[in-house]
Ligand binder design. Structure first.
Ligand code: GLC
Length: 461
């Protein structure tokens, strides 16, 4: 985790000043002061959106979703920031809109893979920072229906997701490198007026033309603050058009959930860690730094353990096909989920958190111990003050024996080889939720308390 976090931060650093404000916008370790919008909006940002618990209930149950980064940049194969990192002028970048010819209904393949992987929702980039709209927009010609594709790719995406029973999310970048007013909006009031109207208008289109939409995932609110974007008005419009939708926190307001990026940080309230399968969001031909299925399952468990969601990315090629390693990894994750999903869906933050061989999730009266480093004939969890009533392997239903000695819960008579791959889950029933109080817990809690005093939590992310 920390490696990803570090590389993400140093990457943003290489973008200089823009990187620093981006860090604030996307919630990547931005200090609270930097993210704070103007007075009125700051106050609103602290208020929960109306009806939050009702609207977000399904998402809390779901725990696992797919992120899809796809756009003109997929043709270049050097990820979605290529236009700005290689400083490609708009006039030179625009022709990519003409040469973009994805195969029909590519989204069906993504949605099928997502369902098979055990994911319950899917969020696609309807417009990334490059400004190209994958949807039909009356407000620009720079959109899929009027360019190379000649059809509405967002419509195909929505239909594909619904056909697989997935909840549907729209990622929408507020920052826009193509719109002539996109960067001017900061200092030029007339440009700001036009640009903000354009952005609000496109959000209205997205939330009017595609039926029920479950998530709106804003990104990178550069170059304006909450007042400049009229973020409160934006959220009000979104909820008026889609009364059941949830929105994230990347338009400078708190929204319904936080969005830590490339790291897992359990915080109070609802949060979702978004992560890549390799090191890139958009398709990057040369990036072969793929995570293993074990890493993905462990990340998913870690999110569940902290009471959060895991949004895992694929970056399809320009034709819409999914890179083979992503298919392989997600298929393996899906095999594990098919047997073990009860230990993921609907879980809430676990009070038992520390072990060097396992992660934990909690639901109803069951503590799920997810063992990734199989220790052999016995496995001990320290600091569990009350004994379980019973225990079994989740995948096979086979009973697991155990002993409880003071604070040591030890599963016994285990096979020498892990029964499941890449993680074996033991489900233990308790009368009431056990707490964990080992020496390790006391040490770690003390460290975290000192850390919190030195580095207070950022507002976003
Ligand atoms: C950042 C990046 C962007 C990516 C997103 C995913 O904000 O700018 O490229 O889409 O994170 O969370």
């Amino acid at each position: 985790m920390s490696r990803d976090k570090t590389s993400r931060r140093s990457y943003l650093k290489t973008l200089g000043a823009a990187g620093a404000s981006l860090a604030g916008a996307s919630g990547v370790g931005a200090p609270r002061a930097k993210a704070a919008p103007q007075a009125g909006a700051a106050k609103a940002a602290e208020l929960p959106l109306p009806d939050h618990d009702r609207r977000i209930q399904w998402w809390r149950e779901a725990r696992f979703g797919m992120f899809v980064h796809w756009g003109l940049y997929s043709q270049l194969g050097r990820q979605e920031w290529v236009m700005s990192l290689e400083d490609i002028p708009v006039a030179k970048y625009e022709p990519l809109a003409k040469t973009f010819h994805p195969r029909p209904n590519a989204a069906r393949e993504w949605a099928r893979l997502a369902r098979q992987a055990g994911m319950k929702y899917i969020v696609m980039t309807t417009k990334h920072h490059e400004g190209f709209c994958l949807f039909d927009s009356k407000l620009t010609d720079y959109c899929a229906t009027k360019q190379g594709p000649g059809r509405d790719l967002v419509r195909e995406f929505v239909d594909a997701a619904r056909a697989e029973g997935l909840h549907v999310g729209f990622y929408y970048s507020l920052m826009d490198w193509h719109h002539p007013d996109g960067m001017k909006a900061k200092d030029d009031a007339a440009a700001r007026g036009r640009f903000v109207e354009y952005i609000h208008g496109q959000i209205r289109e997205l939330l009017t033309n595609y039926g029920k939409i479950d998530i709106l995932w804003y990104d990178v609110a550069v170059p304006l603050d909450a007042e400049g974007w009229q973020s409160q008005k934006m959220n009000d419009m979104v909820l008026e058009l889609q009364p059941d939708i949830i929105v994230n926190n990347r338009n400078w307001l708190a929204g319904d959930f936080k969005t830590p990026e490339q790291n897992i940080e359990a915080t109070k309230g609802d949060w979702e860690s978004c992560m890549t399968l390799n090191d890139s969001w958009g398709y990057t031909a040369a990036d072969d730094n793929w995570k293993t299925p074990e890493r993905i399952v462990r990340n998913l468990v870690e999110c569940g353990q902290g009471g959060g969601n895991y949004l895992l990315n694929i970056g399809p090629k320009a034709d819409g096909s999914i890179p083979e390693p992503s298919v392989r990894i997600l298929t393996a994750v899906g095999k594990w989920m098919a047997k073990n999903n009860a230990a993921i869906y609907g879980t809430s933050a676990s009070k038992v958190r520390f072990s060097n061989i396992a992660g934990f999730t909690w639901k109803g009266n069951t503590l799920y111990t997810h063992i990734h480093f199989w220790p052999g004939s016995t496995a001990t969890v320290g600091g569990i003050t009350t004994p379980p009533k019973s225990a079994k392997f989740l995948a096979s239903g086979k009973e697991v024996h155990f002993t409880h000695d003071g604070t040591q819960l030890t599963f016994t008579d285990l096979p020498m080889k892990a029964p499941d791959d890449p993680v074996t889950v033991i489900a233990a029933e308790f009368d009431a939720e056990p707490v964990q109080n080992s020496l390790a817990v006391r040490v770690i809690d003390t460290i975290m308390e000192i850390e919190r005093r030195i580095h207070p939590q950022p507002a976003n992310g």
